[in-house]
Design a binder for this molecule. Structure first.
Ligand SMILES: [Zn+2]
Length: 261
């Protein structure tokens, strides 16, 4: 599932390819991904205008169209963006296709149809209406600690709770806890100040390094657990076998030696 580093990578990709080009044609391949706007309405909003700038919050990408609003994209389970110049090819069955007047195009592809396409007048209002917490990468330690205080339940569930902090999903929650040496099932309330500080540090480092690697597992640091999420894999730090358990319906991968319970 695309998490903060993946969506930041999509943002940079869009910034580098598709900004400032007048939109000629809009095709919505999956109308049920639209919320609060019809395919025709979206077409009218976009036609003749350009994507002028972008902003990311958690797993959401906002593209500013004009004073009246922003196109909002959420990538669901396996969504992505693909740009093609006039001579290139784009999947015609993409969930959303924007054709620019220069014949280039941008496809939003959400293969399992679990994405979300919205229109918003103001990202901050949208973020509030979706009940999202602050962006995980924008949090300083004082705010992070305040969010942790009074939380019940396990630390991994907390990291993944978009209403508390936005952007972290299953893979990066596991990576952050591995880097901080914390068992995924440990209660948030049991984390002392030093441990919480180490967790915050690991969170920032993991997300930044993953963005540098353009969210590609093969390009991540050797010390990362992420490329070792398969049966029989060894911990990159100590060589112990990586364990997988079910926690709140998701698979948690961790090293039993580096992250004792
Ligand atoms: Zn280990």
């Amino acid at each position: 599932m695309p998490e903060l580093p993946d969506v930041e990578t999509f943002k940079r990709y869009l910034d580098a390819t598709a900004l400032h080009q007048p939109i000629g044609k809009v095709r919505v391949g999956a109308p049920r991904l639209l919320h609060g706007i019809t395919p025709q309405g979206l077409g009218r909003r976009l036609h003749g205008r350009a994507l002028e700038s972008t902003r990311r919050h958690g797993k959401y990408l906002f593209a500013r169209v004009d004073e009246a609003g922003w196109l909002v994209l959420h990538f669901g389970m396996s969504g992505r963006l693909q740009y093609a110049t006039a001579s290139g090819q784009l999947p015609q069955d993409a969930e959303l296709l924007l054709w620019f007047e220069n014949k280039a195009g941008l496809a939003y592809i959400a293969p399992r149809k679990l994405g979300r396409i919205d229109w918003s007048g103001e990202p901050d209002d949208y973020i509030a209406s979706r009940g999202l917490g602050p962006d995980a990468l924008a949090l300083d330690y004082a705010r992070f600690r305040d969010l942790a205080r009074g939380r019940r339940g396990g630390v991994k569930s907390w990291l993944m709770d978009q209403g508390s902090l936005a952007g972290i999903g299953n893979l990066y929650a596991d990576e952050i806890l591995f880097q901080a040496g914390i068992h995924p099932g440990q209660a948030v309330a049991e984390l002392d100040d030093n441990t919480l500080q180490a967790l915050h540090k690991a969170l920032r480092r993991v997300l930044r390094q993953a963005i540098e690697a353009r969210a590609e597992p093969d390009a991540m640091p050797r010390s990362f657990l992420l490329p070792h999420r398969h049966a029989g894999a060894r911990c990159p730090r100590c060589g112990e076998r990586v364990a997988a358990i079910k926690l709140a319906g998701r698979t948690a991968c961790f090293c039993p030696r580096c992250q004792p319970g």
